[in-house]
Structures are given as structure tokens and as C-alpha cells.
Design a protein around this ligand. Structure first.
Ligand code: 0YR
Ligand code: MG
Length: 372
């Protein structure tokens, strides 16, 4: 399986709404930025990271793949994905300029493509290549009904539809208004509308400070919130440890963490209850497995963040023993040969060989961007 070509790509895919906001981001498209790796036996592996579709910074990722990683990969045996991860991630010159950020997002894309190739070579879906599904029932939770930019009315209608028509028993709602009382009122209204049995998680996307979070959590005590995700600044271990010790609402985080070491810092400080690794921000599937194993060793549940809109995490979650539930955002699924598919709130088990990352040719034609 000699690597003969590494071709970077950028797709900007529209969302289900014209635009959405959380407390810190306002986006109109999802960026699918990655690489197709071709091998001597004619297989093509697809891997990508997820961005907010800013062309200038997306091109830094594809430049890293094209100029730094491709020359290190051409001629190598694609089956050696573990050795190749180390070759790229610990390359002395590249390590000096980036153990996180752009170079790590590029590494994620390449690593996922190599795992996609490994599973395709074996002729089985990634979950089977990894060792087989641990369950036949992976529950999804719906994030796409809960954006901060939705009015309270839209929030209530969307939540009720997700529960009553689409069969979800779990939803996630964004919080982070300048006045947290607005968030409390929105959550009270949702709880009243959908009842006490539906699991409601909330996501602050890193906006508030510790006193605001403590005040908010005290007021939210009776809402039975499933978790509070990214309450504060992404890298602040100490404040998360303090909040975790002072509220009964479990803390979830990890979508902005690039490395195994970052997860270790939060976990060993007791600052996180639900661990949220993402193959598109960690160095791909290779480092995701390390983080999931770390969580398992601490008996912490793993609930990945869907930077790839769960195309790959559906495999990881069906397989890894620390997995519980999986995020669902239906923005990009129609662009793949095998879309991540949820029926009655349950993910379908992928059937095709590979990591479900193969993009449809029509999507490249319609939404592909020039690499500059
Ligand atoms: C939109 N999921 C998240 C999206 C999402 C963000 O800006 O990127 O809300 O990544 O926090 O849990
Ligand atoms: Mg989040």
C-alpha cells in the first residue's frame, strides 16, 4: 500500500439554517478541510478536519498538508499509520513550530485518511477494523435545535419537534447571554415544554467567567441539566476544577483540546466529568484512542464532539468501551457516500468499508474551493 499521492481539499458546506451562533462563533458554512491519499493498489483514503469555513486559515491547513506532510508521506507504506503519525507529529522541524493549532488540524486530516485506507484495505467498516461494535444501540443527542441565535419560540418549537416527531430523548442547548438570567428563562421554558424525562445538556462555548458560572449553576440547580459544556476559557484547568467541585451539574469539555497531555491535565485535576475528544482536533484517530483509553482508566464517559459531524465518531462510539452517547448535527451528511444516519434517536451502524469519510464527487464540484 505505497502512498503515491496526497491531495489536499477545502469544502465549504451550507448549514441547515442560513447562519447560526453560539456564545462565541457565528457561522454560515461548515469547513471540511482535508486530504485524499492514494495508494499503489488504487485505494483512496479520505480524511478531514472541521473548521468555520474561513478560506484564508483553511488554506494554512492545506498548505501544511501539501508542503510539509505530503513529501514525508509519498513512498511510505500507508498501512504503517501509527509509525507515520509519529513521523509527522514528532518531526523535529514541525514540532518546533506547532504541537497544536494548524499543524495538528492538518495531522488529524492525514491520520483519519490513513485509518480510512486501513479499513478499506481490510474490506470492513472502521468499527469492525478496530475490533467490533460493543453495542447495537448508540443513542444520539440533537444539538441543531439549540443555537443561541434561535429565539425562545424557535427553541421551543425545535425542541418539541426533535422529541415528539424525530424520537430524540436528548438535546443540547447553547447558553452564554451577557445576562445569564435570559438563559435560565429559556431553559425553564424548554424544560416545561418537553417534560422531565428528556435529557437536556447545555453548552457555553467558553464565554463566561467563574463567578458568572457559579451564579448560573446555583440558579439552574432544579433544571436537572445533563452536563454543562465548556463553561469557561478552554485551557483554564483551575477554574474548571473549582466549578466542578462547587456544582452538582457535571462538567463536559474537550472540543478545543489538541493533545493527550491537555486531556490529562483536566482529568487529573478532577475538572471534567464527560470527556469530549474530537478526531478532527486531536491528531486524528490515533490520539483520540489514547484520550479515550485515558478516560476509560478514570472511569469517565467519552462523548465525542462532532467536528466531523459524527461521520467518524459513529465508528469510534460503537467501538470504544468508554463511549456512551453521540452528538448529532445533520449539516454535512448528504455529502458523503455513507452518511451518518440517525433513526428514532439511534445511530445506524455503518456498513461500508472505511471510516465513512468518502466525499461525493458532486460535492467537490459544487462546494470545493481553490487552494490558492
Ligand atoms: C458552531 N458543539 C459545539 C459550532 C460546536 C459549535 O460554532 O462549531 O457550537 O462546535 O460547541 O458542541
Ligand atoms: Mg460544544
Amino acid at each position: 500500500m505505497k502512498i503515491t499521492a496526497v491531495e489536499p481539499f477545502i469544502l465549504h458546506l451550507p448549514l441547515t439554517s442560513d447562519s447560526i451562533s453560539d456564545s462565541t462563533h457565528n457561522i454560515t458554512h461548515w469547513g471540511v478541510v482535508g486530504a485524499i491519499i492514494t495508494t499503489s493498489d488504487g485505494l483512496k483514503g479520505y480524511g478531514f478536519t472541521g473548521t468555520h469555513a474561513h478560506l484564508t486559515s483553511d488554506r494554512l491547513i492545506t498548505a501544511c498538508i501539501r508542503d510539509c506532510y505530503a513529501p514525508l508521506l509519498i513512498g511510505e507504506d500507508a498501512a504503517d499509520h501509527s509509525r507515520l503519525w509519529t513521523k509527522l507529529a514528532r518531526h523535529p522541524a514541525l514540532q518546533w513550530v506547532g504541537r497544536a493549532g494548524i499543524t495538528h488540524l492538518a495531522l488529524a486530516a492525514v491520520d483519519v485518511a490513513l485509518w480510512d485506507l486501513a479499513a478499506k484495505k481490510a474490506g470492513v467498516p472502521l468499527h469492525a477494523h478496530l475490533g467490533g461494535a460493543r453495542t447495537n444501540r448508540l443513542e444520539a443527542y440533537n444539538t441543531d435545535i439549540g443555537w443561541l441565535s434561535f429565539s425562545q419560540e424557535e427553541l421551543l418549537t425545535g425542541s418539541a419537534m426533535a422529541v415528539e416527531e424525530d424520537g430524540f430523548t436528548r438535546i443540547k442547548i447553547k447558553v452564554g447571554h451577557d445576562d445569564p438570567n435570559i438563559d435560565i428563562r429559556r431553559l425553564e421554558a424548554v424544560r416545561k415544554r418537553i417534560g422531565g424525562d428528556i435529557r437536556i445538556a447545555i453548552d457555553g462555548n467558553g464565554k463566561w467567567d467563574l463567578p458568572t458560572c457559579q451564579r448560573f449553576c446555583a440558579r439552574a440547580r432544579d433544571l436537572d441539566l445533563y452536563w454543562f459544556e465548556e463553561p469557561m476559557w478552554y485551557d483554564d484547568v483551575g477554574s474548571h476544577a473549582t466549578l466542578a467541585a462547587n456544582t452538582s451539574i457535571p462538567i463536559a469539555l474537550g472540543e478545543q483540546l489538541y493533545t493527550l497531555d491537555a486531556f490529562r491535565a483536566f482529568i487529573s485535576a478532577g475538572a471534567v466529568a464527560y470527556v469530549q475528544p474530537d478526531v478532527t482536533r486531536l491528531g486524528g484517530i490515533t490520539e483520540y484512542i489514547q484520550v479515550a483509553d485515558l478516560a476509560l482508566a478514570h472511569r469517565l464517559p467519552v462523548v465525542p464532539h462532532a467536528g466531523e459531524m459524527s461521520q467518524v465518531h459513529v465508528h469510534m462510539s460503537y467501538w470504544h468501551p468508554a463511549s456512551t452517547i453521540l452528538e448529532y448535527i445533520p449539516w454535512i451528511k448528504d455529502h458523503f457516500e455513507e452518511p451518518a444516519n440517525v433513526v428514532d434517536g439511534i445511530y445506524k451502524l455503518p456498513q461500508q468499508p472505511g471510516a465513512s469519510t468518502t466525499v461525493l464527487p458532486a460535492s467537490f464540484e459544487r462546494y470545493g474551493k481553490s487552494l490558492g
